[in-house]
Design a protein. Structure first.
Length: 177
């Protein structure tokens, strides 16, 4: 089964992000917006995992200690770069506590999974197949104003992702506080 570790985003923030997504120029572009219900902060993608490994993963994640913290929404940006856009996202700041939590999760799972490289805390807004006019598109993206909305983080989740023709369906397997 396909698994990842994530932080759930509060409903009011997802509503706000859903409104922001309407400002993304999808005309003449092949862009798929992330469904509001699926917006989350991925800390680690585990990929395909054998069912008999799940208990070991849960035990490892239970050893991850962290204190609650808050972050706020930052700017809109793209991965991997402005010349080759595949993902549109919103950053989160300050990054330090998220990076530390992600590093601790990575460390707890090092015997089972490879460590993340170049982890960047972000919320994915859309996935991109094609953009007709990149310069115009980037200018419009940079003009999207993001309110400094706060997100309180007190837990993370082990999530099962089932791919369907309508998009992924997420199911929490365990919540870690």
């Amino acid at each position: 089964m396909r698994l990842f570790i994530a932080i759930k985003i509060p409903e009011d923030i997802k509503e706000y992000i859903s409104e922001l997504q309407k400002q993304i120029d999808t005309a003449n572009n092949k862009i798929s917006l992330v469904n509001k219900d699926n917006i989350h902060l991925t800390l680690k993608f585990l990929g395909e995992v054998q069912p008999n490994d799940i208990e070991t993963i849960k035990e490892s994640l239970n050893n991850v200690k962290f204190k609650s913290f808050s972050v706020h929404l930052n700017d809109v940006d793209v991965f991997p770069n402005e010349n080759y856009i595949r993902v549109i996202w919103i950053g989160l700041e300050p990054e330090e506590n998220i990076l530390e939590l992600q590093k601790n999760i990575d460390e707890s799972l090092k015997s089972l999974f490879r460590k993340e490289k170049d982890f960047k805390p972000h919320l994915t807004l859309a996935r991109v197949k094609y953009i007709e006019d990149k310069n115009n598109f980037i200018n419009k993206l940079k003009n999207i104003k993001i309110e400094n909305k706060k997100i309180d983080i007190s837990n993370f989740r082990l999530v099962k992702s089932t791919l369907t023709p309508e998009g992924p369906v997420y199911e929490d397997l365990e919540v870690f506080k």
